[in-house]
Write a protein that binds this ligand. Sequence first.
Ligand code: IMP
Ligand code: MG
Length: 325
Amino acid sequence: MNDIIVGLQYGDEGKGKVTKSLVENGNYTHCVRFNGGPNAGHTIYYNNQKIVTHQIPAGVFYGITSIIGPGCVVDLRKLKDEMEIIKGLGIDVTSLLKIAYNCHVISNNHINEDIQKDKIGSTGCGITPVYVDKYRKQGLRMCDSNTDLNIEVIDTSVELNKENIKILFEGAQGYMLDIDWGNYPYVTSSSCLSYNACSTGVSLKTIDKIYGVCKLYRTYVGNYNFQPDDKNLVKLALAGNEVGATTGRARQCDWLDLNQLIKSILVNGVTNLIINKCDIIKEINVFNLYHDNHLMVFNNFEEMKSYITNKITIPIVYSESKYTI
Ligand code: IMP
Ligand code: MG
């Protein structure tokens, strides 16, 4: 049976940390990305060294076969740079990494168009234009591109249906950035939800656990006006070091939206919830969340925690920034 990790907010929920703990404690043979591209940013600590990956699934750090799936888009120049950095750590990324033949390729024109035409505050990686070309049926796929990159191009429906394999699907971005369910038009262009894991050619029937990841507050990067005027939220951004891993932009902050969280759990079919960065809320000592259009104010973490635990019926792990689940 296979498992999925998805983001339940605006990306940057700490999915990478959950991947780490699941891969270290599980018996996965494959780690697979199913959406997005270089817009994603995964911060990983490898031998105490901070590494930021964008396109390469985190499985390579743990020696398992890692695949960029058909629902992803790829920037081959950036992929080459990322592979060099990972090779430099002594990891045999060339034999671990594979890419779907039907994954679409980002060109310089896509990047230029994204930078010139974007209105919603994109990462400037060419994401909208490459997905537009895909759906216009004028895209360039991996199987049609000439690349000197030493990387195996595969049919994921063959590789991922072999016997005795166990896949961890690694979602990128999150529910509120999803093209269908997110805060449109302030969204990315891919499907960030659990069901898109099966666009890799794997049956829905093989899915076991769906791990949903959120923070105990919300952050967002983009042009939507998100952060209310509240000095406690300024403190929160500082305490949480809320800066984008891909673009270095400051993330806007707001309190947890419990209704949105419950809806994203429902739509994703989440079986296990991980709430990250609880220590940051404790550090600023302000325990707020929104529920049913009210700002709920709690006296301490325990009160806030039991309120949330009461409203959510699936198992929850309350996690901290530097603590792995
Ligand atoms: P795009 O995906 O570059 O088109 O950006 C669309 C929106 O999604 C922008 O608001 C980005 O800041 C946001 N976004 C895209 N990828 C990520 C991510 O991995 N983490 C957080 N925000 C992201
Ligand atoms: Mg990120």
